[in-house]
Design a protein around this ligand. Sequence first.
Ligand code: F6P
Length: 547
Amino acid sequence: MTKGRGTLSQRPEWLALAQHCETVRSLHLRDLFAADAERAERFAVEAGGLLLDYSKNRITDETLRLLLDLARASGLKERIEAMFGGEKINVTEGRAVLHVALRAPRQSRLLVDGENIIPGVHAVLDRMSAFAERVRGGDWRGHSGRPIRHVVNLGIGGSDLGPRMVWEALRHYGQPDLQIAFVSNIDGSDFTSVTRELDPAETLFIVCSKTFTTQETLANAHAARRWCLDATGDESAIAKHFVAVSSNAQEVARFGIDPANMFGFWDWVGGRYSCTSAVGLSVMIGIGPERFREMLAGFHALDEHFRTAPFERNLPVLLALLGVWYNGFFGCESHCVLPYSQSLWRLPAYLQQLDMESNGKGIGLDGNPVAHQTGPIIWGEPGTNGQHAFYQLLHQGTRLVPCDFIGFSRSNAPLGRHHHMLMANCFAQSQALAFGRTRREVEEEGVSARLVPHRSFEGNRPSNTILAPLLTPGVLGKLIALYEHKVFVQGAIWGINSFDQWGVELGKQLADRIIPQLEADAEPELSHDASTNALIGHYRRGRSSLR
Ligand code: F6P
């Protein structure tokens, strides 16, 4: 619920869309394009070098008008102002939501509890820059006096997916003699496979955890500590080979990392919105402070666009409304993200956390169950790989899956005709999805009657295409901010809190109970449900049979 106007699905703007959908459902993109020579131009917006072509969506001008009505009636403008103004919109945790402050220019001002937070943001960025330069320049030395050649980020969730995705996207700006690696999983093979080839004398660990209580990260940090001590035999080596990124100085000190080697951030930065905070330290070491600041400038440009552009020309608002349209009125369960860029191969995984941890909620801001669908399932893979895997379902399956195609005019790794081939595929796929191939067209190709139904494509499958000149740090910043704000808009319309994540807690608590039962030498008393008891028993027998 928003603005105390009753449940979303009973509001007049929602009902108007539901009624309008009855008409639009029977329209085909083929006809919509044929009837309107200007459709591609009218349903496209450019902001800061990012083009959003949303013409291949099952919408008319009227759809857009009604969706914009819904956005206004949901109090979106006020919600945006509340976030940018530092109001505690994360109501279940009593926190402001200010990732936008992390990329605000030095001279700006933003008050939280009466204090301007911008100088603190830049103080951390300056410390990060100085540290990154020391590591990059070989001035930060390991215990034995050798320069650092490997940086390993130990973190999970937002303390892994963000920096890992950004590093993969921008690693072509990296320094060849400096390797950046990531360990996240509590599966020991993650740690052992990453560290197998590394020399402890030249390795720096960044223990990256907002809370510094996350089980997986602490277990990996302790494993790293042992690995380092086994090689050096000297406790004082820890200070040279470990730094921390956290908002919990007390726990960092308890782990044994000198608070002087800690880079802080604040409770108003959510984990999945944290890659522009000190959580990006591994990236900054990899690409250098200057490139990192270019990325922040890109984020900021899109933040400003989101805050100031009219809704009808506002990229995040439009993307969000289109998602609300398919989710709410076409019954679409999922949304597919298809970057035509190998550098963005972790983007779908990153967006999964961003979107699904933010908007995977069934309780509204008023504490009551919502009566409408909220966040979709986000999935995807880079093109063209996905084409040879799951696109069959996108083209001819029984489900409607809206897609985002993302591509660039130029490549960061030009190689023969590769880039033209890559982007030709990108454009061809959205074309095939939208327009399909009719039975008549297939028959005219001389296909046998038996195969005609199998070889026809109904089309009318919606997609957006986001196009930029080149994947630079600034463009990446804009792209990520675009999705961050899209998620915000959808959460505002669905009337949920996009900034807590209570849904991850229960499993963590249950695992804490089960761990000692798996480790115990003597047969433990089990009082779980019958299935869990049986699984634990089977696991234990499986281990003893291998002794
Ligand atoms: O379990 C979910 C979560 O809390 C995410 O929201 C967060 O990004 C991740 O765990 C890691 O948390 P932390 O940075 O505190 O280790």
